[in-house]
Design a protein. Structure first.
Length: 648
């Protein structure tokens, strides 16, 4: 277990952490969330000793091991991929060296052979207990899950891009099996298949885990609890991301109500003070009211998240046929990426394009917009179609000498100029930041400028390649809301499954040079994908797999319907039980907080039995709260197992 008490840290005048308290219990999976710059990475770096906290304490046992995955690229030597991963388990690597050394000593007859054999036996026993004989097989399995092929294992890590090196480092961490995993944006460099594999692996990870991620689907799937870091304070939510969203909304409503009540009380007291300030007969009462006002702890409302105050609209509507691809093939030199594919996109379609990295998703979008030319077949854009294309490489088209505001304003029509400030605020440019030169911006900031430009373009067909990569949760949610209301046609490549789930009605999988289409959102795709036979000789025609595509007899359908109904009943029962437990936990936490205030007040101990009764009640509440948390974990685990079973 790791415990943090009253931890504080500042950068200059900015207080990043202020009296943070946290107990990370064994086996718990938590998500640490908050706006960019709130101090999440800073907290991680303090926990691993990279930064020194200015106040507070961190308590952990002597042998407690922490594994940390940073956001920024890590440095490796010239070892192979597999060697780099195996080196993560230092103890086993050192044991291997010692065992090899003992074998060498056995070749020297002058040495005490019996003593060497005894020492060798001890080392080999320890090696077996630690899983040394299984280590290489496990490392290869982890690498395969993260997207590496067998031929990559013995290749030098220096040959791979930054994203693949980060996957290697993640594999190295997983092979260590630390007591606590600190994962800072672990999904950034993963494609969807690798992401799904990592999720399943982490669900079975025996240690504790804290995840910083903007991937809400990932958090919702893994986290038992949410900790929100905002304005230096850490707030605990005992549930997954959906629970956090609902609970935070309720808290904001209550806080708003308390703020309004306090505002009314302040105004009432101030009115009395102003009216009788100079009347001697009221002097005592006036001073009393002034002291009451001073004692009132000021309630501060959080800054509301940025939202677009206008609707994304196309200036003209396209005809029904937006895009047609007919028997198109494309290759880079001798390597075919796409072979004789067909695709039809219609007005108001909202399509997600998915597949492993390198499958050809970005290549296909570049063919659509004419940045690449196919070797065979054709791409035809429909009548009255205007295309807006967002991709990571689009930042190269920005004018480095222009300001952020000037660059976005340069492409908007006159009536859209008032919207420039609003959209820049949504994408984290506020105040004087809008007058920064493009040339001094980071890669992520430039990407957000490009995104703002595309969204203010009056196009009716948006093609977006990883639009959420450089957005925090608030900006992502604002973009999601804006695209929901967009009245044009949309194609999105994204590994943010929550984002896709909210927006799309068709999914196109790019795999083995072909396209396969699924009706519905991303969750529908996950389910329907399991129904598709793995037929390597399928034709290049896009196969529409709808919810009625499975050819089953009536009896099978009846039995499956009954099974689904039973699962649905059980899921509803568990969800209701979780909601009831969370409601009880909330009440008990509030009761505990009130009792803590009473017991912390020195006057309590001057009031006879109040202190005794409060201590008895506090112990009872603590006990009941512990039982509720244990019950919640058990029921939450049952629900997770049920949902995993449905997926499998």
């Amino acid at each position: 277990m790791l415990q943090i008490r009253e931890l504080s840290y500042s950068i200059g005048d900015k207080k990043l952490l202020s009296g943070v308290n946290w107990v990370i219990k064994p086996g718990k999976r938590a998500a640490l969330i908050g706006p960019n710059g709130a101090g999440k990475t800073t907290l991680f770096r303090i926990l691993i000793g990279e930064l020194k906290n200015e106040a507070g304490n961190i308590f952990r046992s002597k042998d407690y091991r922490i594994g940390y995955l940073p956001q920024e690229e890590v440095t490796f030597g010239k070892d192979s991929i597999l060697e780099s991963v195996l080196e993560g388990n230092n103890e086993i690597v050192e044991l291997e060296k010692k065992i090899a050394g003992m074998h060498e000593k056995l070749k020297i007859p002058e040495l005490n052979q019996e003593e060497i054999l005894m020492r060798l036996g001890d080392l080999e026993h320890r090696y077996e207990i630690l899983g040394g004989y299984r280590l290489e097989a496990e490392a290869k399995a982890i690498l395969a899950g993260l997207g590496f092929e067998n031929k990559d294992f013995n290749s030098s890590i220096s040959q791979f891009s930054g994203g693949w090196r980060m996957r290697t480092y993640l594999a190295r961490l997983l092979i260590q099996k630390p007591d606590l995993l600190l994962l800072d944006e672990p999904t950034n460099h993963l494609d969807l298949p690798s992401l799904e594999w990592l999720e399943q692996y982490l669900l079975n990870f025996p240690g504790s885990m804290v995840i910083v991620s903007h991937d809400r689907f990932f958090i919702d799937r893994l986290a038992h609890e949410i900790y929100e870091l905002e304005r230096g304070r850490l707030t605990h939510y005992p549930g997954n991301y959906h629970f956090f969203e609902n609970k935070k909304e309720q808290n904001l409503i209550l806080l708003q109500k308390k703020w309004e009540e306090q505002k009314a009380e302040r105004e009432k007291q101030q009115k009395f003070i102003d009216r009788f300030r100079y009347k001697n007969t009221k002097a005592t009462q006036v001073q009393s009211r002034i002291k009451q006002l001073e004692k009132l702890e000021k309630i501060e409302l959080p800054t509301p998240p940025p939202t677009l105050n206008f609707k994304l609209t196309a200036e003209i509507q396209s005809y029904k046929d937006v895009l047609k691809i007919n028997k198109m093939s494309f290759r880079y030199q001798d390597d075919w990426v796409l072979q004789e594919i067909n695709l039809s996109v219609y007005r108001n379609d909202r399509i997600a394009m998915v597949g492993v990295n390198g499958a050809g998703k970005t290549t296909l979008t570049r063919l659509m917009v004419g940045q690449l030319t196919s070797q065979t077949g054709e791409v035809r854009i429909g009548k009255r179609v205007t295309v807006g294309y967002y991709a990571q490489h689009q930042v190269d088209t920005l004018n480095l000498d222009s300001t952020v505001y000037g660059e976005v304003e340069s492409i908007v029509s006159t009536h859209n100029i008032p919207r420039v400030r609003n959209i820049l605020g949504v994408f984290q440019f506020s105040g004087e930041d809008v007058y920064k030169k493009i040339g001094v911006l980071s890669g992520g900031e430039k990407a957000r400028v490009s995104l703002a430009k595309i969204l203010l373009s009056p196009v009716n067909f948006l093609i977006m390649d990883e639009p959420t990569n450089h957005l925090d949760m608030a900006s992502k949610e604002a973009l999601e809301t804006a695209l929901k209301d967009y009245d044009g046609t949309l194609i999105i490549i994204s590994h943010d499954r929550y984002f896709l789930d909210k927006l799309v009605n068709r999914v196109i999988e790019v795999k083995d040079h072909q396209l396969t289409e699924y009706e519905g959102n991303y969750s529908d795709y996950l389910r329907l994908r399991e129904l598709k036979p793995d037929d390597k000789n399928q034709t290049s025609e896009i196969k529409r797999i709808s919810k009625s595509s499975s050819k089953k007899n009536k009896e099978q359908k009846r039995l499956e319907a009954e099974a689904r109904q039973e699962i649905s009943k059980e899921r509803n029962r568990l969800q209701k039980e979780i909601e009831l437990l969370e409601s009880n936990i909330e009440k008990l936490e509030n009761c505990k907080t009130e009792l803590e205030k009473i017991l912390a007040d020195p006057t309590t101990y001057k009031q006879g039995m109040l202190a005794v009764n409060s201590q008895i009640e506090f112990k009872e509440v603590q006990k009941e709260l512990g039982e509720c948390y244990l019950k919640w974990e058990k029921v939450q685990g049952e629900l997770e197992d049920l949902l995993v079973g449905v997926k499998n």
